[in-house]
Write a protein that binds this ligand. Structure first.
Ligand code: FPP
Length: 215
């Protein structure tokens, strides 16, 4: 069996890359999307079953409206363009997070999940409007409301990631060594790799090096 089933990534550094090379944070997000595509392919090649990507945190709502709109437009265009390819490559898409989005975004997310729900080679969990403390709090509220026993299993099974094995590896790019409220329950035993590279600079070789090091 593959010892590596699940990789989670905090894709940090788009804004800094964009400002440094293109004088625009948004251009950094656009470039970051190219890295997302490369990483998806390496994940498939290495038969890793789950890839969780931190794309928008509950804290990201504090960013300028123009940047938030840009990110949502990027996401919408990406999903519209990629859904056929996801089906061809047998990729399932799951959204984890609060999902407090404008209707057009909610609709495209739901549609993308539905159109790919039977796929099984790779599951991409896209963390959007995601915060780990909120996720754990919601799980505890659910347990209390349904009068369930407070246990590790019941908490795990009440998170957005229920039925998904915990990640063996967490990667954070962008030269920042912290967890930023991402998967705090699920990464209890994960190996953590911090990369100094900004997300748009992170490449196939960097990812493969981490996979090899873990194995
Ligand atoms: C963090 O960089 C990155 C984000 C908040 C967004 C991640 C988005 C992408 C990789 C592209 C879009 C993805 C999809 C799936 C549509 P930052 O802006 O915090 O960078 P900084 O630390 O340099 O400011």
């Amino acid at each position: 069996m593959n010892p590596l089933n699940h990789v989670a990534i905090i894709m940090d550094g788009n804004g800094r890359w964009g400002l440094k090379y293109k004088n625009s944070r948004n251009k950094g997000h656009k470039e970051g999307l190219k890295t997302v595509e490369k990483i998806i392919q390496i994940t498939i090649n290495n038969k890793i079953k789950y890839l969780t990507l931190f794309a928008f945190s509950t804290e990201n709502w504090k960013r300028p409206k123009s940047e938030i709109n840009y990110l949502f437009n990027l996401l919408e265009t990406f999903l519209k363009k990629k859904i056929d390819e996801f089906n061809k490559k047998n990729i399932k898409l799951k959204i984890i997070g609060e999902k407090k989005f404008p209707k057009n975004i909610k609709d495209i997310l739901k549609k993308s999940e539905n159109l790919t729900k039977k796929n099984s080679a790779l599951q991409i969990n896209l963390a959007l409007d995601y915060g780990s403390k909120k996720e754990i709090l919601n799980a505890i509220k659910y347990i209390s409301k349904n009068k369930l026993k407070i246990s590790e299993n019941n908490i795990s099974n009440s998170l957005y990631t229920k039925k998904i094995p915990d990640p063996e590896v967490l990667i954070r790019t962008g030269n920042t060594n912290r967890l930023s409220n991402f998967l705090l329950w699920q990464i209890s035993y994960s190996e953590i790799f911090f990369s100094k590279k900004l997300w748009p600079e992170f490449n196939q070789k960097d990812f493969i090096r981490i996979i090899k090091k873990f194995k």
